[in-house]
Each structure stands twice: as structure tokens, then as C-alpha cells.
Write a protein that binds this ligand. Structure first.
Ligand code: GAP
Length: 512
């Protein structure tokens, strides 16, 4: 089996080769942790965004959209707590001069313990076969119990130390665990310090009169400050949600994992406003609903898991991540947070304006509680792209590289391929293309032998290829080839649209 690092390298190079992702300003040697999306990337990203939007806004009568500005009044960030508390604990290695997030070093150590436990479980599974009781094994096998307890204790201590701002203990923990610089193996660490992640900028024509602003580090605050605007104009009743997608910016300390941790990225967030006291019910509901949404993409249940937080952000009374099995292991893909009434109350205090809901039945005003779902679009892109990319050995022993993207989000839905560039086949192919282009993003390709063209579309992630050959001229049928199974069948030209529709319709995917 290929090593994780090799798989990740292949993902990055394939993303570039097929026009999905480029380094930003590459001709100037790039800009660290900033990326551009190419012709295929922009389509995949748009389709993932649409798939999210349709499931959240279109499918819920009580969820509406918003597009708030990136620049917001600076008091927003004082009220939200970001000015004082949006920090990462950083630590430098004295020998290598490399900078790390102290919490990530500890989490990676804890993840290794989890992997050791997983290894024992896999071994036992093989040994005991069908009679294997996994839950019992996890609860009783001394080695697994030891690894998992150690992991839990480490994460708990870290969570408590960060909560108390006891950075000396975070350093002590790193030293006690013998954590070394992952690149050089050195254990010479500086003290742990806090580092604010917000990017500052200025508004105004002259330096003296300029106002200090921040680029938003999350889209959520645009929703909170517009809570009453949307509630009143949309005549929304609790519970209701406001959804938004858009750019966010963070001056990440450690940004070395391609589009997993970027300095400029896109979030898809939804704030669900509920009655105080009902937040835990909705928190559980959204945890499950969001996991189901990810599962609908068909990347495999085994690639997702929950991680309930020990350390809570300053605004939350419960929080969990949906983690995904990225090429570098399980990491956060989406966060579900019960944010209490923290944000709305803080904005009331700082603005002097009421942000309350009048309940017509109870005839009383209250500040709603909020359950948030927040997923990074770029991270979702990486999850989908990396899991879809595979090398398959065919019956004849050759290897084909195929990008088995979920068809609903694939950039190009179908390729129209005349078998040869003559005999009237391109004319028929173009007629088919001109008919389909109104409904789907499709491509036309007449260069190279048909086998090579199929492989090109496989690597590009195109779910269906339609080939127009000489028989088409007399029987009005084309050959349709399926990317995943490589099966081919003949269908009438007038069934092509339906064939594509069945493959890519959001309805089929969301209902899975
Ligand atoms: N409003 C809540 C919030 O922003 P978060 O856990 O900091 O919570 C939510 O971020 C999601 O945004 C994460 O689960 C992740 O998918 C994405 N995200 C956060 N930082 C990111 C970064 N530097 N690069 C790419 N995606 C990021």
C-alpha cells in the first residue's frame, strides 16, 4: 500500500496537473498557505457550495441565506471576543527555529496513541474473524485500554491548561511526553506564547484618520449582527436559521498542509436560533444531520468520526467536530457548536441595540440561543478530492488513474466524443453538445485515440462519456461509458439527457 505522504503528494500534483488547484502567485514562487482554484477547481468548489446551500436553505423552510461583507465595524470583533481571545498557543523550536502550534503537537502525539490502539484492533479482528466483538475488545484489552486512557488524559490536561491560560503547563506537558520537533527531532523548546490570528487592515485615505479594521476570521459574526434585520424582514419564527458562505482570513502559524489550513479560505456556516433551554436538542439534531449530509457524498462511513471537545471555545457550552480521514490522518472537517446567547448578548452590550426575539405566544422578549454548523469549503474540497483519487489495476495489468468524484459535484458531468474527426461524426457530436450544454457543464474532445480520451476523462473526474461512432449515423444511438465501472452500453441519443440527469441530480444524492 502507498504511504500516506506519497498519497498526499500525488493529490497535490494531480490537483495541479488537471487544473484544480495552483499555488497563489506561483510565478513569484507562491505565497505561503494561499491557493488559487483552476478551471476544474472552481467548478468543483461551486458545486460543493451549491450542494451545501441546497441542503441547508432550499430544503428547509425555516433557513434563509445572507451575504454579509468581509469588512465589519471593528467593535464587532471586540464584542465577539476575537480581539482578546482568538489566539493560538505557539511554541518555537530553538534548534530548528521552526514555529509550531503547541496544541497541535500534543494532539498529534495523542493521535499516535489512537493509531496504536487501532492497530491492535485490526490485528485482533483478523485473528478472531466473524466472532470478534470490537466493543468488548476495546473495553477490556489491556494494551488498547492503556493507549486510549493515556490519550484521554493528555487531551484533558491540555484542555484544562489552555482553559486556565496555564501556558507553562502546556510546555511542561510537551516536555514530559518527550515531543520532538517533527522535522529535526530536537526537543529544545521555547516557552509557549499566545498569538492573535486576525489580519489587520486600514480604512481611510490618510494615515492619521485611518480606522483599524480586521479581515473577518469567521463568517458567523455577519449573521449575528444581522439577526434582527433577517428575522423581521423574513418574518422568521424561532427556531430558524441563517446560512452564509464566504471568505474568512486567519494568520495561521502552522499552515503546511496544502488547502487544509489556509490563510484565506471559505466557510459555509449556518446559525440556528432556538429557545433557551432547547439548544442541546438542536445541537444533537445538527450533529447528526450534518454527518448524514457528508455521508450522502458516498466517500465511506469509515472515513468520518466525531470528536467531542474537552476544551471549549470562549462562546460555546458544547462542541464537536466531524473529523475526516485525510491523507495525513483524521482531522477536523466541520465544527458543530452550541454557542449559547454569547454572541447576541455581547453585540447588545457593545452596540446598545436590542437583539431579541418577541415570542407572540408567550408575549415575551428573549435573546435566542444559537447552534452553529461550520464547515470549511476548501477542507471539504480536499476531503472529496483526496478520497476520490485512486490508482486502479485493470485486468490487463495496466494501471488507470481515476478521480471518482461524487457525480453530483464533479466539475464536468459528461464528455462528448466523436470516434473520429471526420465522416460527419463531429457534426452529430456538436449537435448533442449544443443540446446538453443548457443543462450541464460538459466538454467536447476529439483529439487522440478513444482509449486515451477515456483515460483523460477518468483522471479529470468526468462521470460519463458519450461516444459517437459510425453506427450512430444510422441507428441514432451512442455508446455511454461509466467512469467508475468502465461498463459501456448503447442508448438512443434522445435518452442522453435523462442518463446524465439520473447520475447527477441533487435529489438522488441528498436522499441517500
Ligand atoms: N464560526 C466558527 C468557526 O469559525 P472554526 O472551528 O474555527 O469555527 C470552522 O472553523 C471550520 O472552518 C473548520 O471546521 C474548518 O473546516 C474551516 N477552517 C478553519 N480554519 C481554516 C483554515 N485556516 N483553512 C481552511 N479551513 C479552515
Amino acid at each position: 500500500m502507498a504511504k500516506q505522504e506519497d498519497i498526499f503528494k500525488k493529490v497535490i500534483s494531480h490537483a495541479k496537473e488537471y487544473g484544480y488547484i495552483f499555488s497563489s502567485s506561483e510565478i513569484y514562487d507562491g505565497l505561503s498557505a494561499v491557493y488559487d482554484y483552476g478551471h476544474n477547481g472552481v467548478e468543483l468548489k461551486k458545486n460543493l457550495r451549491d450542494y451545501w446551500w441546497q441542503s441547508m436553505v432550499q430544503m428547509h423552510q425555516n433557513i434563509v441565506g445572507l451575504d454579509a461583507a468581509i469588512l465589519m465595524h471593528p467593535t464587532t470583533w471586540k464584542a465577539s471576543g476575537h480581539v482578546d481571545a482568538f489566539n493560538d498557543p505557539l511554541i518555537d523550536n530553538k534548534t530548528s527555529k521552526k514555529r509550531y502550534r503547541a496544541d497541535v503537537l500534543i494532539e498529534d502525539y495523542a493521535e499516535k496513541l489512537q493509531q496504536k490502539a487501532n492497530k491492535e484492533i485490526t490485528k485482533a479482528k483478523k485473528r478472531f474473524g466473524d466472532s470478534f466483538d470490537e466493543a468488548q475488545f476495546i473495553a477490556t484489552n489491556p494494551r488498547v485500554v492503556k493507549y486510549l486512557e493515556e490519550k484521554k488524559a493528555i487531551l484533558k490536561r491540555m484542555g484544562q491548561s489552555l482553559e486556565k491560560e496555564d501556558l507553562a503547563d502546556v510546555k511542561a506537558l510537551i516536555e514530559e511526553l518527550g515531543i520532538a520537533d517533527p522535522e529535526t527531532g530536537s526537543k529544545e523548546w521555547t516557552d509557549v506564547r499566545q498569538f492573535n490570528l486576525m489580519f489587520g487592515t486600514k480604512l481611510g485615505a490618510s494615515a492619521e484618520n485611518a480606522t483599524d479594521l480586521y479581515l473577518r476570521p469567521e463568517t458567523a459574526q455577519g449573521i449575528f449582527v444581522n439577526f434582527l434585520n433577517v428575522q423581521k424582514t423574513g418574518r422568521m419564527k424561532i427556531p430558524f436559521g441563517i446560512a452564509q458562505t464566504g471568505k474568512a482570513f486567519r494568520n495561521e502559524i502552522v499552515a503546511r498542509q496544502f488547502i487544509f489550513r489556509m490563510r484565506e479560505f471559505e466557510q459555509m456556516e449556518m446559525q440556528y436560533f432556538v429557545q433557551p433551554g432547547e439548544e442541546m436538542k438542536w445541537y444533537e439534531y445538527w450533529k447528526q444531520t450534518r454527518l448524514n449530509w457528508h455521508l450522502s457524498l458516498g466517500l465511506g462511513k469509515e472515513n468520518y468520526r466525531y470528536h467531542d471537545h474537552d476544551k471549549l471555545a470562549h462562546y460555546a457550552n458544547a462542541a464537536a467536530d466531524i473529523e475526516f480521514n485525510f491523507p495525513f490522518g483524521f482531522k477536523e472537517l466541520e465544527g458543530i457548536h452550541s454557542r449559547t446567547d454569547f454572541d447576541l448578548k455581547a453585540h447588545e452590550e457593545h452596540s446598545g441595540k436590542k437583539l431579541q426575539f418577541f415570542d407572540p405566544e408567550k408575549k415575551e422578549n428573549y435573546v435566542p440561543y444559537v447552534v452553529e454548523t461550520s464547515v470549511g469549503l476548501d477542507r471539504l474540497f480536499l476531503a472529496v478530492f483526496s478520497k476520490s483519487l485512486m490508482d486502479e489495476q485493470l485486468e490487463d495489468g495496466s494501471i488507470r488513474t481515476v478521480l471518482k468524484l461524487p457525480a453530483v459535484v464533479a466539475p464536468v458531468k459528461a464528455a462528448i466524443l466523436p470516434l473520429v474527426k471526420k465522416d460527419g461524426l463531429p457534426e452529430v457530436a456538436n449537435t448533442i453538445f449544443d443540446d446538453l450544454k443548457w443543462d450541464f457543464n460538459i466538454t467536447y474532445d476529439e483529439k487522440d485515440a478513444i482509449g486515451r480520451r477515456y483515460r483523460r476523462q477518468d483522471a479529470n473526474g468526468t462521470p460519463l462519456c458519450f461516444t459517437i461512432d459510425h453506427d450512430t449515423l444510422t441507428d441514432n444511438q451512442v455508446t455511454v461509458r461509466d467512469r467508475d465501472t468502465m461498463q459501456q452500453e448503447r442508448i438512443p441519443i434522445n435518452e442522453i439527457k435523462l442518463k446524465v440527469q439520473e447520475k447527477v441530480a441533487v435529489k438522488h444524492w441528498l436522499k441517500r
